[in-house]
Design a protein around this ligand. Structure first.
Ligand code: C5P
Length: 238
């Protein structure tokens, strides 16, 4: 099975990343680089991680006019990352433009990066969606609608809660990729995550990729924590 446990590198600087990765010796990881790290270190952090042989989900959640997103995606693809994302709220023209940019920018001889959509941020409650964003539909209907738009635009999948996976697979099919954060081990503190699932539960529900941050990055023994998450995540598939 392709590596599908993604470790969120939610660190402030390359120095912190180096310290963390020092726990892993020669293990090749699938890592997620978000805004904090990318805006501090720039594309050099991607080059560094690629040189170490890691796969990369560059989580910048693009949302702008189609032409700007296309050009930006062309540049992100040229970095050789494996996965990127956009906000589905940018609309189908923007999502299609994102894919065009990725095709144009992909490195020769490589596949274009997977492109997935954020439907509604998990920090947005149904109440906020209604009162502030003026979306009258329920949160679930909105998530499903945005996922369908992403699929119609040719995107590979969505970021979503594990609990949304069965519904999204029913609507979009089993090949539609679901990338699910909000993963906790039973022994962990949930912190600010509300709707959490264990790696095993995420697998049962059908997640394609799980994104795990603090359960690994803040563990006393990150490598051991990583192995345990991986074991639980892969248990049902081997
Ligand atoms: O530490 P934790 O496992 O909660 O980290 C989860 C990662 O997934 C973080 O990088 C967080 O920003 C990201 N994420 C999330 N919920 C979403 C989308 C992304 O927690 N809906």
């Amino acid at each position: 099975m392709a590596q599908s446990l993604i470790v969120a590198l939610d660190f402030r600087s390359k120095q912190e990343v180096e310290m963390f990765l020092g726990n892993f010796e020669n293990e090749k990881l699938y890592v997620k680089v978000g805004m904090e790290l990318f805006y501090k270190e720039g594309p050099a952090i991607i080059t560094y991680l690629k040189e170490k042989g890691h796969h990369i989900f560059l989580d910048l959640k693009l949302h702008d006019i189609p032409n700007t997103v296309k050009s930006a995606m062309r540049n992100l693809a040229s970095l050789g990352v494996d996965m990127v994302n956009v906000h589905a709220a940018g609309g189908t023209a923007m999502m299609k433009a994102a894919l065009e940019g990725l095709e144009e920018g992909r490195q020769e001889g490589t596949k274009r990066p997977l492109c997935i959509a954020v439907t509604q941020l998990t920090s947005t409650s149904e109440d906020v969606m209604k009162r502030e964003i003026w979306i009258e539909k329920s949160l679930e209907e909105t998530v499903v609608h945005y996922a369908k738009l992403a699929q119609e635009s040719g995107l590979d999948g969505v970021v979503c809660s594990t609990l949304e996976v069965p519904k999204l697979q029913e609507v979009c099919g089993k090949d539609f990729v679901t990338v699910t954060p909000g993963i906790r081990m039973t022994s962990d503190n949930a912190n600010d995550q509300v709707r959490v699932a264990t790696p095993a539960r995420a697998r049962e529900l059908g997640s394609s990729y799980i994104v795990v941050g603090r359960s690994i990055t803040k563990a006393e023994q990150p490598y051991k924590a990583y192995q345990e998450v991986k074991r639980q995540w892969e248990e049902l598939t081997v």
